[in-house]
Design a protein around this ligand. Structure first.
Ligand SMILES: Nc1ncnc2c1ncn2[C@@H]1O[C@H](COP(=O)(O)OP(=O)(O)OP(=O)(O)O)[C@@H](O)[C@H]1O
Length: 343
């Protein structure tokens, strides 16, 4: 049997959400049947946050959280709905009221509106951008009908696809991408719980390659741990394999900075021989990627730029692109401002 996925095993409670402002905002709604709109990019934890909230709110979350498969109903074409025997009695009505009745029917198919363990139920409409506009209009009515006993939670990557009356009925919860440090903290907790050997560079590499997507970061960490036995920059690099050139260049910078020059040399070699870069182009790319790295402070970037002038000269004069770029990276990692060590 496949090992369980860490993203499932470590599905977060409210306290485990990486963004403190989201934790606070959701914590403040606990106990209130307030409608919510969780919006943000893929993999930042919108659905996970909605489920964590339901677990915090309901004594019996299995009974009082209803997750509706939005695509299965609201996103279907009129023809598909017409041919669905569940809606036979509703076909005559095209009005908003008839559609509201259909929505109520779908909701009560899953469970009754009456809460089981507390004062209200939570209905989660995940990926709500897929709800057709006519059903969004009809949902307004349903939300009003049940506002005392039902909390509607919408999640979406595309808030502009939801109509204004839905926005105005919901408390907005923007979910930004977690920072690299916030992802690192979560990865560290999970690796500790799994008793996996890791180092800081490995966590940082996985977290920054995921670009704010927690799902991706946790999956990469698990794959690396399972395939390689430990999570270091080198093992994560092996796992990510086909990573983009920007990530590879960032990895070379991180390796050099950590004094792991053979890793840095290996990456430069890949880029120069297989990636189709010449030395000067790779130098320009190194500077561009360095500027985008939040882990680097402005002094480090300024020093890299200063060294790049001399490296550019060496690249024009010399024969070995890799050698000159390694010169640059070792001088930079040493904290120097000259390519040659001063006597
Ligand atoms: N803080 C966390 N700790 C551990 N796992 C998490 C955390 N947040 C999310 N996850 C896991 O990561 C996966 C992705 O999260 P989720 O589905 O909530 O993201 P999403 O923002 O809704 O993404 P999408 O827009 O792609 O639907 C889930 O399996 C979830 O359990």
């Amino acid at each position: 049997m496949d090992a369980p996925l860490w993203i499932d095993t470590y599905a977060p409670e409210l306290a485990d959400l990486p963004q403190p402002e989201v934790r606070d905002r959701l914590q403040r709604t606990v106990g209130e049947p307030m409608n919510l709109l969780l919006q943000g990019p893929p993999g930042v934890g919108k659905t996970a946050a909605a489920r964590a909230l339901a677990r915090a709110v309901h004594e019996d979350p299995d009974a009082d959280l209803i997750e509706l498969n939005v695509a299965d109903f609201f996103g279907r074409s009129k023809k598909e709905i017409k041919n669905d025997p569940r809606f036979e009695g509703f076909l005559a009505g095209k009005s908003r009221m008839a559609k509201a009745d259909m929505i109520n029917h779908v909701l009560t198919e899953s469970a009754s509106h009456a809460p089981v363990s507390g004062a209200f139920k939570t209905i989660l409409l995940d990926n709500a951008e897929a709800i057709r506009e006519d059903f969004q209009q009809a949902l307004r009515r349903v939300m009003e009908q049940h506002h005392r006993t039902t909390q509607f939670v919408f999640t979406t990557r595309q808030p502009t696809k939801l109509i204004a009356p839905i926005h105005s009925r919901c408390f907005p919860v923007p979910m930004r991408t977690p920072t690299t440090d916030e992802i690192i903290a979560r990865l560290e907790t999970i690796c500790d719980a799994e008793d996996i050997a890791y180092d800081t560079d490995g966590l940082e590499f996985v977290a920054s390659a995921a670009d704010g997507n927690l799902r991706e970061a946790i999956l990469t960490a698990q794959t690396t741990a399972e395939q390689e036995g430990e999570l270091t920059m080198q093992t994560a690099y092996e796992t990510l394999g086909d990573i983009g050139d920007d990530e590879a260049i960032a990895a070379a910078l991180t390796a050099a900075r950590a004094g792991e020059f053979s890793d840095a040399r290996g990456t430069l070699d890949d880029l120069l021989s297989d990636g189709g870069y010449d030395g000067k182009t790779l130098l320009t790319e190194l500077l561009r990627v360095a500027r985008s790295q939040s882990a680097l402070d402005s002094d480090e970037i300024a020093r890299l730029h200063k060294l790049a002038g001399a490296a550019d000269h060496e690249l024009s004069e010399g024969l070995d692109d890799k050698l000159h770029l390694m010169h640059l990276l070792t001088a930079w990692a040493d904290g120097r401002t000259e390519l040659r060590a001063m006597a």
